[in-house]
Design a binder for this molecule. Structure first.
Ligand code: ADP
Length: 435
C-alpha cells in the first residue's frame, strides 16, 4: 500500500534525516514508527504526503509514485493528525471537523452533518459541537483532531505523536478508543511515537529507527519483543520485554487445577480439612468472593463468617493474556491466580511457577509458528520475484521499445491487460512488474 524504496532525506546542513529506507506498509494495517528523538520518524511520515520531498528513492502509494500526483490531490486521500491537535482556535469544534468536507466543496449543511457524525464516532457528546477548542480538555481536543483527519474518509491516516501531550490516564483511554475505531474503519495508518509501550500496544507492525535515520528492525510487536535484531533494539524495547511479551500469549491455553475452592456456605471445618493455607470462597454461581486464610478461620460457622481477603484480580480464560494471569498470581494473597470463564465463574487456579512453565512452552510454540510463517512469507516472496523476473524476460518488446503491460489473472498467471492485441504501454517505473 505505502512503499518506500531506498528513500533518503539529506538536508543542506549535512544532516541525514532518513538513510536508504526500504519498507512496505500493508493496506489496512497500523504501522508504528518508533525510535529516539531525531532518528527520522517525522521526516519519514511527512514524505508520505509530500510535506517533505525525498532526496533520493521513491515513495509510492498503491503502486503509484507519489511524485506523479499533485500534492493537494494526494493529501485529500491522507488524513493528518498532530500533537496538540492543531485545531483552529477561532472556529467551533463542529466547524473544525467540517474543514475538509467544506474544502472539498460539500456545502455547509452536508459538511456539518458529516462533522456531527464524526464527533459521535470519536466519542464526543453533541454538546461539544458549539464549543471552541480552548473550552475542551487536551484529550477531547485530540479526539477532535482525529475526527477532523477523518473528514473526507481518507484511506490513509498519518499520525505524528497524536497522544503524547496528554496525561497517562487520558492517553490510555485515547489509545483504547483509537484501537476500537481502527477495528471499525480499517484505515492504513502510519503512527509516529517515541514511546515503545505505545508502539507495542497499538501497532500491528513496528519500524524501529536508530539515530541517523536508519531502520533497525521492522517486525510485529511480538517478534520485536521475542527476537530483537540487535543490542540497540533490545535496549530500546526494554529490560522487561520478557514480561511484556506475555501480552501476546493467550491465557486460554494455560493449565488450571481445581484448587481449594468452596462455596461460601460451606462449614469452616470443610475448609480446614482441605489442609491448604488458603481457601477460595465462591457464591452459588461459582463466582469468586475472596480468599480465607485457614489459620485465621473462626472456630465454627461457615466461610461467610470468615474474613475474606480481596482477590487482587482474576483473569478471563477467553480474552486475557498470560501476562494478566501471571499478574493475577503475583497480586493474589494466596499466590494463586484465579481463572474465570465467560460467566465469571471459577474455572480453576494456578500459581506463578505453574503458569511460567506453561507460558514458556506456549511462547516457544508461538515463536516456532512465527518463524515458520516468516519462512513461508519469504518463500512466497521469492516465488513471486521469480515469476516477475520470468515475465520481464519473456515480455515482448514493441516497436517503440516499450514492453507490453501485464496483469495477473485470477489464476495468478501473467496475462496482457487487454488481450494479445493490447497496445504497448509504459512499463512500471519501479521496474517490479505490476506488483
Ligand atoms: P524524529 O521525528 O525522529 O524526532 P525528525 O524526522 O524530526 O526526527 O528529524 C530527523 C533529523 O533531521 C534530526 O536530526 C533533525 O534535526 C533533522 N531535521 C529535520 N528537519 C530538518 C530541516 N528542515 N533542516 C535540517 N535538519 C532537519
Amino acid at each position: 500500500m505505502i512503499r518506500f524504496d531506498a528513500v533518503s532525506k539529506n538536508y543542506p546542513n549535512g544532516t541525514t534525516a532518513v538513510d536508504a529506507l526500504s519498507l512496505e506498509l500493508a493496506e489496512g494495517g497500523l504501522t508504528v514508527l518508533v525510535g529516539p528523538s531525531g532518528c527520522g520518524k517525522t521526516t519519514t511520515l511527512r514524505m508520505v504526503n509530500r510535506m517533505v520531498e525525498p532526496s533520493a528513492g521513491t515513495v509510492s502509494l498503491r503502486g503509484q509514485d507519489i511524485r506523479e500526483v499533485a500534492a493537494p490531490e494526494l493529501r485529500r486521500g491522507i488524513g493528518y493528525v498532530i500533537q496538540h491537535a492543531g485545531l483552529f482556535p477561532h472556529r467551533t469544534i463542529l466547524d473544525n471537523v467540517a474543514t475538509v468536507p467544506l474544502l472539498l466543496g460539500w456545502g455547509k449543511k452536508k459538511a456539518r452533518s458529516r462533522a456531527a457524525e464524526l464527533l459521535e464516532l470519536v466519542g464526543l457528546p453533541a454538546t461539544m459541537a458549539k464549543r471552541y477548542p480552548y473550552q475542551l480538555s487536551g484529550g477531547q481536543q485530540q479526539r477532535v483532531g482525529v475526527a477532523r483527519a477523518l473528514g473526507a474518509d481518507p484511506p490513509v491516516l498519518l499520525m505524528d505523536e497524536p497522544f503524547s501531550a496528554v496525561d497517562p490516564i487520558v492517553r490510555g483511554e485515547l489509545q483504547a478508543e483509537f484501537l476500537r475505531l481502527q477495528k471499525e474503519l480499517h484505515k492504513t495508518i502510519v503512527f509516529v511515537t517515541h514511546d515503545i509501550d505505545e508502539a507495542i500496544k497499538l501497532g500491528d507492525h513496528i519500524a524501529v529507527f536508530r539515530t541517523g535515520g536508519k531502520l533497525a528492525q521492522f517486525d510485529t510487536p511480538e517478534r520485536l519483543l521475542a527476537h530483537p535484531a540487535d543490542d540497540f533494539v533490545a535496549d530500546f524495547v526494554g529490560q522487561d520485554r520478557g514480561i511484556r511479551r506475555l501480552s501476546f500469549v493467550q491465557a486460554s491455553g494455560l493449565p488450571l487445577r481445581e484448587g481449594p475452592v468452596l462455596p461460601v456456605t460451606a462449614p469452616v471445618g470443610d475448609a480446614r480439612s482441605l489442609g491448604e493455607p488458603w481457601v477460595l470462597a465462591v457464591d452459588a454461581a461459582r463466582r469468586p468472593l475472596g480468599w480465607a486464610a485457614t489459620a485465621d478461620l473462626p472456630p465454627g460457622g461457615t466461610l461467610a463468617d470468615a474474613t475474606l481477603a480481596p482477590l487482587g484480580h482474576t483473569f478471563a480464560l477467553a480474552g486475557d493474556s498470560a501476562r494478566a494471569a501471571l499478574d493475577a498470581a503475583l497480586l493474589s494473597p494466596s499466590r494463586l491466580a484465579v481463572g474465570v470463564d465467560a460467566d465469571g465463574a471459577v474455572a480453576g487456579v494456578a500459581d506463578a511457577y505453574e503458569l511460567s512453565a506453561a507460558i514458556a512452552g506456549a511462547s516457544a510454540r508461538a515463536s516456532a509458528s512465527a518463524a515458520e510463517e516468516a519462512v513461508e512469507e519469504a518463500a512466497e516472496e521469492a516465488a513471486e520475484d521469480a515469476v516477475d523476473e520470468a515475465v520481464d524476460e519473456a515480455a515482448p518488446v514493441g516497436p517503440a521499445g516499450s514492453a507490453t503491460k501485464l496483469t495477473k489473472s485470477d489464476a495468478g498467471e501473467d496475462v496482457p491487460a487487454g488481450g494479445p492485441d493490447d497496445a504497448p504501454v509504459e512499463k512500471d517505473s519501479a521496474g517490479g512488474g505490476d506488483r
